[in-house]
Write a protein that binds this ligand. Structure first.
Ligand SMILES: C[S@@+](CC[C@H](N)C(=O)[O-])C[C@H]1O[C@@H](n2cnc3c(N)ncnc32)[C@H](O)[C@@H]1O
Length: 223
């Protein structure tokens, strides 16, 4: 279970957050911040951050006073989240070890490209949120038109080269990322992402593209 994601993330866990920020040209912290800010969460809301990694989203939630649980399939990725004091749960997003309606809200950052059945996984995420609760997602987008050409060059030439220079697992990530993002957006163009969320039981679904289309943020409310 989760073997390919585990292989990918284990070696980069200690350096993930620093290099992810640099390789996204400083953009991904902005997408996370907008996702969290627009959820209008109550102070002390109970929030599950799924695919929490090092806890970058969990930190933003905690700064708003939310009570956060960080969940990830990777013990190594969760290490820094634990060091930051978060309650960390090692589990797969496909079978969450929580009761129905257990959380006021849920966030997911860069998860759905790693699961075999995004629709089923999303239904499982919705299950643990109370009716009326918000779900927010941040994911890489795929820029269109002229920016799409530059994005293609960046993901197919610059990222693999940068990954090779960095070593320690980043070369695999540098080669993996562009094709993985492309495949996800071929399967789920923006309209299909909205439909996916609606069919998982979410209403008020909306998405925005940011950074010339390189970032995608989606929100929805459990009906
Ligand atoms: C690119 S990192 C994102 C981490 C964090 N959300 C952020 O914004 O920095 C993707 C994370 O998804 C986790 N992951 C991948 N597949 C998963 C699954 N099926 N269940 C839980 N976590 C998963 C990986 O272990 C990794 O930590």
């Amino acid at each position: 279970m989760h073997q390919s994601a585990r292989r990918l993330f284990t070696p980069i866990a200690p350096t993930y957050q620093r290099w992810a920020t640099i390789l996204s040209l400083g953009q991904d912290p902005r997408w996370r911040a907008e996702m969290v800010a627009s959820m209008n969460l109550e102070t002390s809301a109970r929030v599950l951050d799924v695919a929490a990694g090092n806890g970058a989203i969990a930190q933003l939630l905690a700064a708003r006073g939310c009570r956060v649980i960080a969940l990830d399939q990777s013990r190594e990725m969760l290490g820094p989240a634990r060091q930051r004091g978060f309650t960390a749960v090692q589990a797969g997003a496909e079978w969450l070890p929580f009761d129905d309606d257990a959380f006021d809200a849920l966030t997911l950052g860069y998860l759905l490209r790693y699961v075999a059945d995004p629709a089923g996984c999303l239904r499982e995420l919705v299950r643990v949120v109370r009716p009326g609760g918000m779900i927010g997602m941040v994911e890489f987008g795929r820029p269109r038109s002229a920016w799409g050409v530059l994005w293609w060059l960046y993901t197919r030439a610059v990222l693999p080269a940068a990954g090779t220079l960095l070593g320690s697992g980043w070369s695999a990530v540098g080669r993996f990322l562009g094709p993985s993002i492309d495949a996800f957006h071929r399967r789920y163009p923006d309209e299909a992402v909205d439909a996916l969320w609606q069919s998982a039981g979410l209403s008020e679904v909306r998405h925005v593209r940011r950074s010339l289309g390189g970032g995608l943020i989606v929100w929805g409310r459990k009906a």
